[in-house]
Design a protein around this ligand. Structure first.
Ligand code: PLP
Length: 372
């Protein structure tokens, strides 16, 4: 089935008890046993498994084309479960420009548990090869990356990683399964912050791990999920399921708007650089064309003159909301260097945008007056 059909139907079916077309939210934490002690279904207790969460996991597994999925209370809880499924002494390779929270987790939490991490430029497969050690068990990828929207060749890195038996995990939050298919490119694990495009409405926190095979490693992820208990509530699972139903159409609209805005910004005299893989001038364009079905709704641009001018452009925006995060219907703009603090590697003139679902002409008019 095509992804539009899966988005509507995967994990969804009329409720057998009532015929309700929209599935109910199963809030119950516990499930009755029959008199003989057996269970009418596989559910016992909601931290272990819950019907609404089960439906969401089924949906995400089918959307990514994986063999198993586990839903978490946030994207970071999903990433944590992957790292906790490794062992002390294992080595992880992660991108230099990994999501801020992922890098912080590796540096500040897992280092103390003797998980070693090297941060390398994953857009260069030779740099990944050079960083491999016999103990390398995981290569973490994020493409497009944050906030420079750089593109890593997933297939090329997977080939390199697999030479030492390391798994490849792709944080597919920004691209979504509409934008790229990590399993088809050789990845072993996909992680999502469902907080972003999958939820799609800036109103829930959630995460997921999807595995290419339901193997021993995934069993450890499942144990961390069920026993560690960083699970999403049934209501949040239901909202993600609802969000996913329109994901294909939202992603196309986010992308169409981002493509137009990237073109507008590229031609603007006060903009010194635009980072968007859909632009032919972008260094990631060739790989993105091979690897992505949609270039997505995230872009960043650099305002000539650096920090001061960039902050005033953000201050003058009326339609773009000055806020972090991404993937909702509303367009957001953010001065990343301010958010990331003194240790940031982000250019001071850079503004990151999550391009929303408003009309592109209105968004361009807003940026035009803000840049004037
Ligand atoms: C937001 C985000 C995360 C973290 O997700 P939370 O739900 O905030 O924990 C991880 N990776 C990427 C790429 C993100 O955008």
């Amino acid at each position: 089935m095509r992804i539009e059909t899966l988005a509507v139907h995967a994990g969804h079916s009329p409720d057998p008890a009532t015929g309700a077309v929209t599935p109910p939210i199963h809030l119950s934490t516990t499930f009755e046993r029959r008199a003989d002690g057996t269970l009418p279904s596989s559910f016992i207790y909601s931290r272990d498994d819950n019907p609404t969460r089960h439906s969401l996991e089924r949906c995400l597994m089918e959307l990514e084309g994986g063999a198993a999925a586990a839903a978490f209370a946030s994207g970071m809880a999903a990433a944590t479960a992957i790292f906790q499924s490794l062992a002390a002494g294992d080595h992880v390779i992660a991108p230099l420009d990994a999501y801020y929270g992922t890098a912080k987790l590796l540096r500040e939490v897992f280092e103390r548990w003797r998980l070693e991490a090297s941060f390398v430029d994953t857009t260069d497969p030779a740099a990944v090869r050079a960083a491999l050690r016999p103990a390398t068990r995981l290569v973490w990828l994020e493409t497009p990356s944050n906030p420079l929207i750089r593109i890593t060749d997933i297939a090329a890195v997977a080939e390199v990683a697999h030479t030492v038996g390391a798994q490849v995990a792709v944080d597919n939050t920004w691209a979504t399964p509409l934008g790229q298919r990590p399993f088809a490119l050789g990845a072993d694990l996909v992680m999502h912050a469902t907080t972003k495009y999958l939820g799609g409405h800036s109103d829930i926190l959630g995460g997921a791990v999807v595995a290419r095979s339901d193997d021993d490693f995934f069993a450890r992820v499942r144990t961390v999920q069920r026993t560690g208990g960083a699970v999403p509530s049934p209501f949040e699972c239901w909202l993600v399921l609802r969000g996913v139903r329109t994901l294909p159409y939202r992603m196309r609209a986010h992308t169409a708007n981002a493509e137009r805005i990237a073109g507008f910004l590229e031609a603007h005299s006060k903009v010194s650089a635009v980072h968007y893989p859909g632009l032919e001038s972008d260094p990631g364009h060739a790989v993105a064309r091979r690897q992505m079905q949609l270039f997505g709704g995230m872009l960043s641009f650099e305002v000539a003159g650096g920090r001061g001018p960039a902050l005033s452009v953000a201050a003058r925006c009326r339609l773009f909301t000055r806020a972090t995060s991404l993937g909702g219907p509303e367009s957001l703009i953010e001065h990343r260097a301010s958010v990331e603090g003194p240790a940031t590697r982000t250019p001071e003139g850079l503004l990151r945008c999550s391009i929303g679902l408003e009309h592109a002409d209105d968004l361009i008019a807003d940026l035009e007056q803000a840049l004037a």
